[in-house]
Design a protein around this ligand. Sequence first.
Ligand SMILES: CC[C@H](C(=O)O)C(=O)SCCNC(=O)CCNC(=O)[C@H](O)C(C)(C)COP(=O)(O)OP(=O)(O)OC[C@H]1O[C@@H](n2cnc3c(N)ncnc32)[C@H](O)[C@@H]1OP(=O)(O)O
Length: 253
Amino acid sequence: MVHHVEHVGGGAVFTIDRQEKRNAVNDELMEALSAAVDLAASDGTLRFFAVTGAGDAAFCSGGDLSEFHLLKTAEEAAPMLGKMADILLRMSRLPMPVIALVNGHAVGGGCEIATACDYRLVRNTARCGYIQGTLAITTGWGGASHLFVKTGNHAGALRMLTESKVHTAQALLETGWATETFDGDPEAALNRFTERLGAIHPTVLRAYKQAAVRKWDALGLESMIREEVAECARLWAADAHHEAVDRFLNKKK
Ligand SMILES: CC[C@H](C(=O)O)C(=O)SCCNC(=O)CCNC(=O)[C@H](O)C(C)(C)COP(=O)(O)OP(=O)(O)OC[C@H]1O[C@@H](n2cnc3c(N)ncnc32)[C@H](O)[C@@H]1OP(=O)(O)O
């Protein structure tokens, strides 16, 4: 199995479990996350939906380069990019708080998964960044669009995307990307955070989440994501991207 789902504290926790590849996302994982999001959307009792990574090294290292490097043209890349962008959009619109429990490194598409959540609890040992620029592409799963509609720190957001670096948990807290930072056990950090949600009736949590979804709709988030996917697919086809991916895949051979 590439994932597992536990129900704790009235919520559902989806764990990406491909530790041998730092929890990289492949099509099997996309299908699993899509099914988990559909289940959460139809469960009126859920107080929250959380995503995390197995192990201590990584939350998610983004797309599985050993699989996705086989996609060469924009026409070949666009369906994969669009599929994950749609799953993350549906996850972001779930009628309950959506929490990224960032247990380890969240880079590339992994950072995009966390950005599609309402809250980001970041372990102090984790490093997070939209490193797609180092591969000569942009975010391709909606990460830039989610970031721009959610943040009040435009300069900080544009810098995170254009610098394509990884950042410490403390730096992410200062820019407002991280909601909270924590040490030690991720599940304990999640429990501390969600306990505070427990005092309020779920119908209130859902009503406020719908207010956020209305804002994103008013801003045209869905069409922003479609344009982002198309742009990433165009850049994907360039030699600069394929050469950068080859360098990563050949680095240890
Ligand atoms: C698909 C598009 C999507 C988007 O644009 O939206 C993207 O995500 S593009 C970005 C894709 N991701 C990356 O470029 C990140 C690559 N990985 C890393 O930078 C590091 O692995 C890191 C920082 C996540 C962890 O570093 P660490 O030193 O702890 O581990 P290693 O680098 O030694 O990796 C261990 C092992 O995992 C394999 N690995 C790691 N990340 C990926 C990945 N994304 N796809 C496939 N395989 C990955 C790595 O090759 C090593 O394998 P091994 O066989 O042991 O050499």
